[in-house]
Design a protein around this ligand. Structure first.
Ligand code: FES
Length: 145
């Protein structure tokens, strides 16, 4: 089986799909090569992520990883969410095929982009670890160049 049961479950029944009208941070990342786009919405109270929703126009692995990533940061602090890596998300899904690992990078980057947006809206400096390669280059995703 190419994909784990967890990947298939999150692909077929993605959690936290949608958008948050009054979001405190919104981040969108995409990949110009495969055309996949992921948008992440965060509701933040104090320093806790109280709600998170996403929309992904993309492959099954991108949908499964965004779904799992939202589950992993919901109810967590900003500091905890910042340390979430695509490798941790893939591991929580019992792994992804090697050639699909790049899809999981979109989830990590979408969360970071949404957190960066949160800081920008507050008029605060964006922490260095939240700056994306797309802010320095014309590519909007570092995953599949
Ligand atoms: Fe582009 Fe999966 S093929 S994110």
């Amino acid at each position: 089986m190419l994909y784990s049961d967890k990947v298939m479950d999150h692909f077929e029944h993605p959690r936290n799909v949608g958008e948050i009208a009054e979001a405190d941070g919104v981040g969108q990342v995409g990949n110009p090569k495969c055309g996949d786009i992921m948008k992440m919405y965060l509701k933040i109270d104090g320093d806790v992520i109280t709600d998170v929703k996403f929309k992904t126009f993309g492959c099954g692995s991108a949908i499964a990883t965004s779904s799992m990533a939202t589950e992993m940061i919901k109810g967590k602090t900003i500091a905890e969410a910042m340390t979430l890596t695509n490798a941790a998300v893939a591991e929580a899904l019992d792994g992804l095929p090697a050639h699909k690992m790049h899809c999981s990078v979109l989830a990590e980057e979408a969360i970071k982009a949404a957190l960066a947006d949160y800081y920008r809206r507050k008029g605060e400096e964006v922490p260095a670890e939240l700056r994306l390669p797309c802010e320095e280059e014309e590519h909007c995703c570092s995953a599949c160049h």
